[in-house]
Design a binder for this molecule. Structure first.
Ligand SMILES: Cc1ncc(COP(=O)(O)O)c(C=O)c1O
Length: 406
């Protein structure tokens, strides 16, 4: 599935480049829907809340909405935009991280469930949203991820309420007259290996036990949210996780804790990357070829401002030429135009050296690509195209000068 973009012809890419400019992201609706189906099949008992931080492109949000998934939002504007795109309030969960009072006020005014992980935040929310619905994000000391920066539980993590604070959190909930409707955790991102899966399942098991304990104290919960984090294959020899065993193991655990199906809280999962990574690529134009010492620097108009994952996490993204070439492969370093030595999209790729002016494709770029793009060095964020039922449409233009500088 992630190979879909290799069959797009150079003429087709050039047509999109003519319609707007390069670099641009391009997304495929069928791949996105296929990934939605995988999640639905693997977690057939669960409700899905898409973590829109991975990619808030309107076309993707609308497609996911049509799949009847909800949203996990991590800022007031994510909540607001999800509601604007047609998601119902009950479908949106706000998961805050060190929220200010004004952030909490904004969330309360939109009437979504606030998922909080600090005693102070629960208390302040209670003061300004009396009777509001909250969920508690816990940290069960089980974290994992593809890079230390994306591990979101355990000693080094800023997220989650540790269990020693749970009783106090429940008493704040009672004192403030809040409605506790769920418990939540998210342990990290890019979980690809069997070892990662074991940690995730151990954490989910722990969360179910916490939920049962909370229910004994405050009464039935509406949901238990086990988070997301499911990994995709970026490297040519990596495979995207098969989620079915995850779903089966989860159901066994749920049945253990709540033998009576009628008394089980709803199960929520909140994948981001898994749904959108493979449906997106970044298309860039080669600007400058430079040979220096034993390296070939392939400069493109997409740099870390367009895709920061390689610079930020050392992440690997496949890169390929759009023109068929018979020239021998060489050791290429694909870089961008940003004034930083770390502005490298791909290191030591054995590809034929493209000509200046040709297009290159950077694959598996749908998650945390555009979403983390910036206007660093006063360069605009890329445009976005979306292909559905065989036809492409421009869904977001790159920014113009006035918008970036004002
Ligand atoms: C609270 C929360 N839920 C879900 C996700 C989605 O993670 P992923 O994209 O790895 O599935 C994240 C991302 O870090 C998150 O912070």
């Amino acid at each position: 599935m992630r190979e879909w973009a290799r069959s797009v012809s150079v003429e087709e890419w050039e047509g999109l480049a003519r319609e707007h400019s390069t670099p641009f992201y391009a997304y495929d609706a069928d791949v996105l829907r296929a990934r939605c189906n995988d999640v639905r099949a693997a977690f057939s008992q669960a409700e899905v809340r898409y973590a829109m931080k991975a990619n808030a492109s309107p076309a993707l949000l609308d497609t996911i909405h049509a799949e009847r998934f909800g949203i996990d939002a991590v800022s007031p504007w994510e909540v607001r935009y999800a509601l604007e795109r047609g998601y119902a309030r009950e479908q949106v969960l706000y998961t805050g991280s060190f929220p200010s009072d004004s952030e909490l006020r904004a969330v309360a005014s939109m009437g979504v469930v606030a998922n909080l992980d600090a005693l102070s935040a629960i208390d302040r929310y209670g003061a300004l949203a009396q009777g509001g619905a909250v969920s508690i994000r816990v940290d069960l000391e089980e974290g994992a991820g593809h890079h230390p920066h994306v591990v979101t539980a355990g000693d080094e993590s800023k997220f989650g309420l540790t269990l020693d604070a749970l009783d106090e959190a429940l008493s704040i909930v009672r004192r403030r007259g809040l409605r506790l409707v769920g418990v939540h955790q998210h342990i990290g991102s890019g979980l690809l290996t069997d070892a990662h899966r074991d940690v995730w399942l151990r954490a989910a098991r722990g969360l179910f036990d916490v939920a049962a304990r909370v229910e004994r104290d405050v009464g039935p919960l509406a949901f238990v949210d086990v988070g997301g984090g499911f990994g995709v294959g970026y490297h040519e020899d990596e495979r995207t996780v098969d989620l079915r065993p995850w779903g089966l193991a989860l159901e066994r655990e749920r049945a253990r804790v709540w033998p009576d199906p009628a008394r089980r809280p709803a199960l929520w999962v909140e994948p981001g990357r898994y749904l959108v990574a493979e449906c997106g690529v970044l298309v860039a134009r080669v600007s400058t070829i430079k040979r220096a010492r034993d390296r070939v620097w392939v400069g493109t108009d997409a740099g870390m401002h367009a895709l920061i994952r390689p610079a930020m996490y050392g992440s690997y993204h496949p890169v390929w030429n759009t023109h068929a070439r018979t020239s021998p492969v060489e050791r290429c370093f694909v870089v961008g135009p940003i004034c930083e030595s770390g502005d490298v999209l791909a290191e030591e790729r054995m590809i034929p050296v493209p000509d200046e002016g040709e297009l290159l494709v950077i694959g598996v770029a749908g998650a945390y690509g555009y979403a983390m793009a910036s206007t660093y060095n006063l360069r605009p964020r890329p445009a976005e195209f979306f292909r559905d039922a065989g036809s492409w449409r421009l869904v977001r233009k790159s920014e113009h000068y006035e918008r970036v500088v004002r």
